[in-house]
Design a protein around this ligand. Structure first.
Ligand code: ZN
Ligand code: ZN
Length: 380
């Protein structure tokens, strides 16, 4: 049993290397030791497998974390990834990073390629985000051409094997010591060419369609949450499966609630007398209202926490709290009775207050004998 090498050592990267860096390094090692470029070289194949295994672990945050903590033992039986029985498994898993795009290679078909992933966004309000909802999304995507069923060839004819690459989709070019594998310029990597193109899609095999989907948006989603609708992207060429549709959730701001993760914050105005004497008030909660007792002696910006009245986190299933921030509001204007009572209070408290005077608008009114327009005085 050969001692397993450290994955970081295999790829020659530090523990701090980013996923992009790891991918870049792996791609280089993989291309150098590519079995197609090193026929009969067992060591190259082993290096290729070793690097692929290291890449599989280090490019996956979950596996990487386990490996960082427990080493090879942390990854279960076999230590590394035992899913790679042979080289073709590796292409199956990582083919896309070689730029083969899941197409054909080495004259051997890996099956039809998956179609493109698509992306869209969906705007919902806070209640919909909190409780989940069903929303209709309109998207434009490809569907298989109805005339040629996706082959791209005129009905009655079919795509032919590319003569340039003999169907491999890749060609090897030699330049001195270097052998470079590139996409076949004749067929664009398809391995086939269409002599007689379908008149509807002009060989593409696809038509545009506008379609509506009504996915379930799970409760608890937040701004920026991405929902994946598997198999709702574009169809693949040659009968390949559809890619996925990524839906970016945008949660609209709510006039009453501010969201912080699974917690909600609601600012509620109270009067000085309510703060001083205590009160029972009605406050909004998600999807309704609730009575809340304010204790006597409440200070400006005091917060009352109502456990479990926030949003349920879809991953941890824990429900956040509602934080009610009490804002003691000072009245901007008083009626005569209110003013009289406050002055009495001030006298009682032995505090100096401003002398009673007519307001600015009171003077204006007297000055120009207006008595109809009170609205300019209102600020709220
Ligand atoms: Zn067609
Ligand atoms: Zn070709």
């Amino acid at each position: 049993m050969v001692e397993k090498r450290d994955y970081y050592e295999v790829l020659g990267v530090t523990r701090e290397a980013s996923v992009t860096e790891i991918k870049k390094v792996y791609r280089k090692i993989a291309i150098e030791n590519h079995p197609d470029r090193n026929p009969g070289d067992e060591e190259a194949v082993n290096r290729f497998k070793e690097a692929s295994e290291a890449y599989d672990v280090l490019s996956n945050p979950e596996k990487k974390a386990k490996y960082d903590r427990y080493g090879h033992a942390g990854l279960g039986a076999g230590g590394g990834n035992s899913q790679f029985h042979d080289v073709s498994d590796i292409f199956e898993a990582f083919g896309d990073i070689f730029g083969f795009g899941g197409g054909r290679r080495g004259g051997r078909s890996r099956g039809p390629a998956r179609g493109d992933h698509l992306q869209t966004s969906l705007e919902i309000d806070l209640l919909e985000a909190a409780f989940g909802c069903q929303k209709t999304i309109k998207i434009k995507r490809n569907k298989l051409c109805s005339t040629c069923d996706g082959s791209g060839a005129k009905p009655g004819s079919s795509p032919e094997t590319c003569e340039y690459c003999q169907g491999a989709g890749q060609v090897v070019q030699s330049q001195g010591f270097f052998r470079m594998q590139t996409t076949c310029p004749n067929c664009g990597g398809e391995g086939t060419v269409i002599a007689d193109k379908c008149n509807t899609c002009w060989g593409a095999g696809f038509e545009k369609e506008e379609t509506e989907l009504t996915p379930d948006i799970p409760p608890g989603v937040d701004n920026g949450t991405q929902i994946v609708l598997r198999g709702q992207g574009n169809p693949g060429k040659g009968g390949g499966p559809r890619g996925d549709l990524y839906v970016q959730i945008i949660v609209k701001d709510h006039p009453l609630f501010q969201r912080e993760g699974s917690h909600l914050i609601c600012r509620v105005p109270i009067t000085f007398s309510q703060a001083a004497l205590g009160a029972e008030i009605e406050i909004p909660v998600l999807g309704g209202k609730k009575k809340l007792s304010i204790p006597a002696g409440t200070q400006p910006h005091d917060t009352i926490r109502l456990a479990g009245l926030g949003i349920t986190d879809p991953h941890t299933h824990r429900t956040g709290d509602l934080h009610v921030e009490l804002h003691v509001e000072v009245p901007k204007k008083l009626n005569d009775e209110q003013e009289r009572l406050l002055r009495e209070l001030a006298e009682h408290d032995h505090v100096n207050v401003g002398v009673k005077r007519k307001s600015f608008w009171g003077h204006v009114k007297e000055f120009i004998h207006w008595d109809s327009d009170e609205s300019s005085k209102e600020e709220d």
